[in-house]
Design a protein around this ligand. Structure first.
Ligand code: GDP
Length: 172
């Protein structure tokens, strides 16, 4: 089946997002997938039937070079030659301007021809004006027609929109 991956720097709010989605009973965790490394968490999305694949967070502040290389290796192994992977939802902290590691990841995905679904997390925090500015910044960087989804695990903002987008890409 089709897969959509979730990626983002540590502390971006990825577990909160997954928990929020799981709380809506739309996700069922697959305990283990044969042949796949344990650091990838697979969720089956019902009733659409595609998989959400939760990738480990990257760029943790205290992360050593070896750790980072490990992450890159794992991600590369997963993403390369994976025709099931339809898109990667890249979670971006809406309180921060575009970060180096996020730019690296998105350009890497671009080089592989994998669509990026940008999601600005913690969107309950910044002012509307700041969010709009960040949205157009990312839109420019990614050269996309639509603005990044504004998402908040706290308020549920953007949840429906995100679901619809994921579903749309899973069907491509
Ligand atoms: P992860 O490391 O990417 O899995 O991030 P977590 O989901 O653990 O969240 C990191 C921190 O951000 C925690 O302190 C959360 O409470 C906070 N956080 C996560 N989502 C939101 C959100 O939507 N709004 C706000 N205000 N804080 C959030």
């Amino acid at each position: 089946e089709a897969q959509i991956a979730l990626a983002g720097r540590s502390n971006v709010g990825k577990s909160s997002l997954v928990n929020r989605l799981a709380g809506q009973k739309k996700l069922a965790k697959i305990s283990s997938k044969p042949g796949k490394t344990r650091s990838l968490n697979y969720y089956k999305v019902n009733p659409d039937g595609y998989f959400l694949v939760d990738l480990p967070g990257y760029g943790y502040a205290k992360c050593s070079k070896t750790e980072r290389a490990k992450w890159a290796k794992l991600i590369e192994a997963y993403m390369r030659d994976n025709p099931q992977l339809k898109a990667v939802a890249v979670l971006l902290d809406s309180r921060l301007s575009p970060q180096k590691l996020d730019l690296e990841l998105t350009s890497y995905l671009r080089s592989l021809g994998i669509p990026v679904i940008p999601v600005l997390t913690k969107a309950d925090k910044p002012k509307q004006r700041e969010l709009a500015k960040l949205q157009s910044q990312w839109q420019e960087i990614l050269q996309q027609d639509r603005a990044p989804v504004l998402f908040s695990s706290k308020t549920g903002k953007g949840e429906e929109k995100l679901w619809n987008l994921l579903c749309e890409f899973a069907q491509l």
